[in-house]
Design a protein around this ligand. Structure first.
Ligand SMILES: NC(=O)c1ccc[n+]([C@@H]2O[C@H](COP(=O)([O-])OP(=O)(O)OC[C@H]3O[C@@H](n4cnc5c(N)ncnc54)[C@H](OP(=O)(O)O)[C@@H]3O)[C@@H](O)[C@H]2O)c1
Length: 340
């Protein structure tokens, strides 16, 4: 016996990956519904070797459905997630709407799967920001060994993190640069993204940081440990899929780079590719379609007593969104909504 599963936002970048991953991991599905906005009514999307026809989220009745994976953005989530939850369907949401709600667990299964029981308060579970998800997968095993005091992270985030419109803008702008008369002005992004980098993701906060940077701070504390200090600089780069991060970590205890490498090799969700030779590290194009969070360039930071540097790369549509949501559904199924 399986679950009746809804994917809301099934025509989007994350929603399509959710369908792929549910099929790939053979999530026990008895029935599945693909939902999007009214304008996409009837659009076909793939689910394994099946084709689903999308239905309208606005008129969908969630009664009798077990789990709804939401990837529709905060505005639509605000309207429809409470409806689904009230109908008894557990929502696993990808937007930022519920992430900081103390009554909603924010989960990365490799790090804090035990928080799952908290879903009962609202029938909602939040999925973290893509940059946070991959970073905490890397930090957790190191924190368990040497207690992290402070993290300094700079991100190199792909345009797919800004939805379908982000991918289209990089594609069209890149082509347009070479074709006179077909230049594409910035619209989704604040400045030209083709052949450029932009140190601004989401809105500015009062202290001069951006909301994306604030999210990494707040979410790391909620998922990993409230005592860990994080300072982030988030940058959009002209990469289609795959977020990269340069992470500097200060620990309470000394942690040798060799031991850190061994710990990360054993850690769930992590693959270490770290040869000190040309090409002995992972770049975003190599992580696309994978589940792993890749760690490379592990090295001591000799400017502080207990410091390490590393490079962290993962598929933002997978570990950063769809895979993490499906992993949460797996934990929910195994621990809380047992069937059969
Ligand atoms: N991309 C990432 O790396 C990433 C990572 C973590 C979290 N997230 C979050 O995941 C969510 C989806 O992101 P995405 O990248 O998949 O965006 P996207 O490619 O732009 O897709 C958005 C999806 O939401 C649907 N939608 C939007 N408004 C709707 C409404 N009012 N009613 C019904 N459906 C609606 C769209 O349907 P139509 O096609 O019919 O418009 C589409 O299926 C966002 O909250 C985002 O912040 C994204």
């Amino acid at each position: 016996m399986g679950y009746r599963v809804v994917v809301a936002g099934a025509t989007g970048n994350v929603g399509r990956e959710m369908l792929n991953i549910l099929a790939e991991r053979e999530f026990p599905v008895d029935e599945i519904a693909a939902l999007a906005s009214r304008k996409s009514l009837g659009t076909e999307v793939s689910f394994g070797d099946k084709t689903l026809t999308t239905k309208d989220l606005d008129t969908f009745d969630f009664t009798g459905w077990d789990i709804a994976l939401f990837a529709v953005g905060s505005d639509a989530t605000k309207i429809y997630a409470p409806k689904a939850a009230a109908a008894g369907c557990v929502v696993i949401d990808n937007s930022s709407l519920y992430r900081y709600d103390p009554q909603v667990p924010l989960i990365v299964p490799e790090v804090n799967a035990d928080a799952i029981e908290g879903y009962k308060a609202k029938n909602i579970i939040a999925n973290p920001n893509c940059s946070t998800a991959q970073m905490v997968v890397a930090l957790k095993p190191l924190h368990d060994r040497a207690r992290i005091k402070r993290v300094v992270v700079s991100t190199y985030q792909s345009v797919s993190g800004a939805g379908k419109a982000g991918i289209d803008e990089l594609w069209d702008q890149t082509k347009g640069i070479y074709v006179p008369g077909q230049e594409v002005a910035p619209s989704k992004f604040t400045k030209q993204i083709a052949f450029n980098v932009i140190p601004h993701i989401d809105v500015f906060m009062e202290d001069g940081s951006t909301k994306e940077e604030w999210k990494m701070v707040a979410e790391t504390k909620k998922i990993l440990d409230t005592k860990v200090k994080v300072t982030a600089t988030c940058v959009r780069v002209p990469v289609f899929v795959g977020h990269s991060e340069s992470i500097n970590i200060e620990f309470e205890d000394f942690l040798d780079e060799e031991e850190a490498r061994d710990i990360l090799r054993e850690a769930p969700g992590v693959l270490v590719v770290d040869k000190r030779e040309p090409g002995g590290y992972i770049t975003p194009v190599e992580c696309v379609g994978d589940y792993a969070t890749y760690i490379s360039r592990i090295r001591q930071d000799s400017t502080i007593d207990n410091g390490l540097n590393l490079w962290c790369v993962s598929d933002n549509l997978r570990k950063g969104a769809a895979l993490n949501a499906v992993q949460i559904a797996e934990v929910l199924g195994n621990r809380c909504l047992k069937k059969g």
